[in-house]
Design a protein around this ligand. Sequence first.
Ligand SMILES: C[S@@+](CC[C@H](N)C(=O)[O-])C[C@H]1O[C@@H](n2cnc3c(N)ncnc32)[C@H](O)[C@@H]1O
Length: 249
Amino acid sequence: MTRRTVHLIKAWVRGGGRWLPGRAVLLWVWSVWQGGEEREAVLLRLFRPPGLFQPYGVTGEERYPDIFAFVAGEIGDAPGRRLLSFGCARGDEVFSLRRWFPRASIRGLDISARRIAVCRRGLARTGGDGAIDFRVAGSACGEPAEFYDAVFAMAVFRHGDLRAHPARCCPCITFGDYERAVAGLARCLRPGGLLVMRFANFRFSDTAVAAGFEPILSRPSDPGTPLYGPDNRLCPPEAHEDVVFRKRG
Ligand SMILES: C[S@@+](CC[C@H](N)C(=O)[O-])C[C@H]1O[C@@H](n2cnc3c(N)ncnc32)[C@H](O)[C@@H]1O
């Protein structure tokens, strides 16, 4: 099949073939067949590894320049700084952090083994970097306590299927899982270290561990990221989202 024929079939199924019986199934088979990122999201949604939050791997280089600049201003780039990117997808966040923190050790974690393989290939293409590593993990429980200067969990504690603002966030994701996951991230931050979270469907201030942190930066909320409370029910929207929190020392 030529590239053009494939493109035409795809366009037809996506758009013109709306009347087609089983269109959703066709789209699903198409995504799996295509491979790459689309297939990974489909497989994660299907098999739901324990602890999974956002199954989609949407990412990009320099996606959070103002936030990274703020964090760089707060903790500096002294030798020995350690950063954790939790939910690093295909690695763009880690490669962007490297530009803001040229001397730091940076670890990227992701629940998806395929995305971590992409990260490692990307790192190898740049010629390697002895102070960057990538690991497959669905939580921070394998990380040492009070170790990192900053932990980033950007666009992880959310789920793309909640964009339609359903009344409850489960079964996509639950507040209980979120609270356990952020407690794990908090544990591996040194006192005075920064926890950085953007685009979450939950409020950090609703968790028990938040008492040990002070918010130091907020950003306008994203209308496509509805908020859910500890009871997993939709909350009224808020104008701002707290994004950076300092661990009390
Ligand atoms: C939308 S991407 C965000 C990528 C990057 N942080 C950014 O903001 O550009 C969400 C990533 O979180 C990962 N993820 C979801 N649940 C996770 C978990 N429990 N542990 C580690 N990674 C997880 C997904 O595999 C996906 O790669």
